[in-house]
Design a protein. Sequence first.
Length: 229
Amino acid sequence: MLTAKQHELIRFIQTRLGETGISPSFEEMKEALDLKSKSGVHRLISALEERGFIRRLPNRARALEVIRMPEDATPASRQSVAANDMVASVSKTMANAPEPANDVIEIPLHGRIAAGAPIEALEGQSSLPVPAALLGPGEHYALEVSGDSMIEAGIFDGDFALVRRTNSARDGEIVVALVRGEEATLKYLHKDGGKVRLDPANMAYEAQVYGPDEVEVQGKLAGLLRRYH
């Protein structure tokens, strides 16, 4: 079942594709649905994507495709979807099609990953504008990286880690881990027998081994932003 706003959004996207062959911008969707911020649009799109109603076309920040409509869609609406699919197919073959403008959303910036401060204590400090194309489905936040323990993974001091909020991760993924409720760190996660091992990506540092109750996963790395001065 979709919410009323999810219904409204997918119909708006469908209508705009039928009229122009180009999906609406985040700003247009925000205004059409009378939302307060683009982050609300991002959450709706992520929910529709997770349920298999739409998909984002790769390498294009403003390209959405309607895969299917809700079961209560009218016949006319479903015919429009077929027409939209034809428009999308034709537009993909146009070599000189203009690149769509990048949409930017703001995600919470929770400060630097440093010892002595759980991530929750840093919430609400500020926000960071991020190109929507860098984020997949789910809720995200950003952290400023402190230190050089992950440089061999291409993560440097001063980078902004874009983190998908989750409390679980697969073995070998880069996660934000809260250790003993005090120290937030960005490391590779490994489950070693009955222990949890947090591995750095720098030969100068040693792995950290903890009991399973001492480590809480608070997210996993989804992307990076870097500023050049």
